[in-house]
Design a protein around this ligand. Structure first.
Ligand SMILES: Nc1ncnc2c1ncn2[C@@H]1O[C@H](COP(=O)(O)OP(=O)(O)OP(=O)(O)O)[C@@H](O)[C@H]1O
Ligand SMILES: [Mg+2]
Length: 298
């Protein structure tokens, strides 16, 4: 028997399967990018915040083993690690805005621990982690992946059975046909659709005269999406308030809801909703804790 299969069976006996852990998750969406630093994590946390704002139950799984930064962007302190381990799985941390977050950063021994996991070991730890997380009822689970379209993000996406779609984030500087074709191949392999492409940092509006400048060319993302016959979800302008919000650990959709970039993200969330098959909204069960176990209240 293959090692991977043996691992899977062993893990199933220990923790149940990943699909068991995600039984009550309506839509699972992975966000990918060609390279690092294009704003993938900002898009993940703000799409999550935009969905939460319209009444959805939302979770974020930060699987970016190279630079897990979701906790910082949503204001989760790593001390919260201590709260994670119950006897029956791991509860995600709930942010003040009600997002349920779990990150590989929260199972790191300390912030200073270098991230040097070996490939196979990394995938195994992530799968084991995914088996143990108690997401309960979620309308959306957004997954932040390691940058790139190589083996690592694909392996992680493969762990998530029934992925409902992938969203590609690029910037006008990065726009690359290779990223798109690789993402499309990955989507075929995973049997999940590409929900669309987002062009982050698409333009800059001069705060003095209000003029919109396209520093790296206009409409590049839209053109690329058209070439590859994938939907273009929209552009997000460069906005100084983005990093300010990120530093404060509050998604811009909450902190500066009227900013151009927050409005762009809310619009993109609407585009994504339109592209997903309609499903009934989840009903969150009230749970009470007794002797380390959660009991459903009927
Ligand atoms: N539209 C934007 N306007 C201004 N700043 C932005 C915008 N989008 C992202 N940023 C900033 O760019 C930096 C990188 O963003 P982010 O961490 O989301 O990218 P990433 O692709 O997840 O990077 P990494 O590869 O490190 O995970 C952050 O400081 C973020 O605040
Ligand atoms: Mg990131």
């Amino acid at each position: 028997m293959e090692h991977a299969e043996m691992d899977r069976q062993k893990m199933h006996r220990m923790h149940g399967s990943i699909s068991d852990a995600m039984t009550h998750v309506n839509y699972k969406i992975a966000i990918i990018s060609g390279k690092g630093g294009v704003g993938k994590t900002s898009v993940v946390v703000n799409l999550a915040a935009a969905m939460k704002k319209i009444g959805m139950e939302v979770g974020i799984f930060d699987a970016d083993v190279h630079g897990p930064s979701v906790p910082k962007m949503v204001g989760i302190k790593t001390e919260m690690r201590d709260m994670l381990h119950g006897s029956h799985g791991i509860d995600p941390v709930t942010t003040p805005h009600g997002l349920k977050v779990m990150s590989v950063a929260l199972i790191w021994p300390t912030d200073m621990t270098p991230i040097m996991w070996r490939g196979q070991y990394k995938a195994r730890v992530i799968r084991q982690f995914l088996c143990s997380i108690k997401w309960h009822e979620l309308d959306f689970l957004f997954v932040d992946l390691p940058p790139g379209t190589g083996d690592e993000p694909i392996t992680i996406m493969k762990s998530i059975e029934g992925l409902d779609g992938m969203v590609v984030v690029t910037t006008p500087q990065e726009i690359s046909a290779m990223v798109c074709s690789r993402a499309i191949n990955a989507a075929k392999e995973l049997n999940a659709p590409i929900l669309g492409l987002i062009e982050n940092m698409s333009s800059y509006r001069c705060p003095d005269c209000g003029r919109e400048e396209f520093l790296f060319g206009k409409g590049k993302g839209e053109k690329l999406a058209k070439t590859f016959k994938i939907p273009f979800l929209g552009g997000i302008p460069v906005d100084g308030q983005c990093s300010d919000a990120a530093d404060d650990g509050i998604p811009i959709v909450y902190k500066y809801p009227d900013s151009l970039s927050a409005r762009a993200i809310v619009k993109i969330a609407g585009e994504i909703l339109e592209r997903l098959p309609p499903r009934e909204k989840v009903v969150v069960k009230h749970r009470e804790w007794h002797e380390g176990r959660d009991h459903h209240k009927q």
